[in-house]
Design a protein around this ligand. Structure first.
Ligand SMILES: Nc1c(NC[C@H](O)[C@H](O)[C@H](O)CO)[nH]c(=O)[nH]c1=O
Ligand SMILES: CC(=O)[C@@H](O)COP(=O)(O)O
Length: 144
């Protein structure tokens, strides 16, 4: 099993936490992974489509953090990155875990990308990795 991780280090310290959460989950299950960087969350869907077309990955994980600013740009970045991921996943029949945070402020982002469980919220990178693996396990069951 080979997982492609597409990450957008717009906020590097936050993405590092998401990446740690995702890769700890994959490593604990003995699953191989490779990562690829893009500029921001809006570029993640096309990168996922590029990887899906290689047919070298069983699943993909998208890691990003979108924090609301002063304008409506937040709404478009969140909506279009999520829509793009769903479109690629369904069109290419490839499981994609959406670990793109869409939050109001940095505090909310840190709470969802921390390695310290005492921060209260789950690590969304870990959650995205679990989501992909669970879909791949379902796929394996159906192929029996
Ligand atoms: N504001 C955030 C962005 N904005 C950049 C876009 O994702 C994109 O790179 C740009 O519009 C050029 O196409 N990206 C994030 O990942 N997080 C943000 O908070
Ligand atoms: C969420 C974003 O897109 C970020 O760039 C916010 O920028 P702005 O303050 O110009 O809305």
């Amino acid at each position: 099993m080979n997982i492609g991780i597409v990450l957008a280090p717009y906020y590097k310290h936050i993405i590092d936490g998401l990446y740690e959460g995702a890769t700890r989950y994959l490593s604990a299950k003995g699953i191989d992974f490779q990562y690829f960087e893009v500029a921001g969350a809006l570029e993640i869907p096309l990168a996922c489509q590029m990887l899906a077309k290689t047919e070298q990955f069983d699943g993909l994980i998208a890691l990003g953090a979108v924090i609301r600013g002063e304008t409506a740009h937040f709404d478009y970045v969140c909506a279009e990155s999520a829509r793009g991921l769903m479109e690629v996943s369904l069109q290419h029949n490839i499981p994609i875990g959406n670990g793109i945070l869409t939050v109001e402020n940095e505090s909310q982002a840190l709470a969802r990308s921390s390695e310290d469980e005492s921060m209260g919220k789950h690590n969304k990178g870990n959650e995205a990795a679990h989501a992909v693996v669970s879909l791949l396990e379902l796929k394996k069951t159906l192929q029996r």
